[in-house]
Design a protein around this ligand. Sequence first.
Ligand code: IMP
Length: 198
Amino acid sequence: MKIILASNNKNKIREVKEILDDINVDILSMKEVGIDIDIEENGSTFEENALIKAREVMKLTKCITMADDSGLEIDYLHKEPGVYSARFMGHDTPYDIKNKALIDRLQGVEGKDRGARFVAAIAVVFPDGKEIVTRGTMEGTIAYKPCGTNGFGYDPILFLPEYNKCSAELSSDEKNKISHRGKALRAMKSRLLMIEEK
Ligand code: IMP
């Protein structure tokens, strides 16, 4: 099975290839199939945005296409920044500023009320109209101050009580095993295997 990945993000492409390595699929990036488009992510959920991207690239390639969308949900902020995680306070604002702003908005909020999670949705769209969407989460709380230098984005402020560490204090191998994207991808892998077996 050949699958186009609607992304040019090298880390995502590597992670998808690693997780799907032991099943019979060939992952091709948009660059590898000569597509260079910017798709407006105007859905109101991670699932909708992943589907929007996968449908758009499938229309152009007529091939099975996979896309993802992810972000940080903070319960106390009614799930903000959510689907706006990348755009929150502007695309180009450094994450140390975004992270500090979010911690500041939780001043006086304690314990479990600081609940938050990374969410990832993965969509696969087939030329015959079939669509599969999976979701994975990485549950935690918002740290009282940023910790760790690994990872990217909001990793320094998602505290993982189970590990007594922030996500940015995990090595990439440790994070991949428990990450929202890893879980959504492994769920997608099971669904794809079921199709292959039919
Ligand atoms: P996208 O899925 O590439 O659109 O990314 C959404 C945004 O969510 C990223 O730019 C980050 O701000 C945030 N995000 C998603 N996953 C992670 C993660 O694993 N660590 C830190 N931030 C993340």
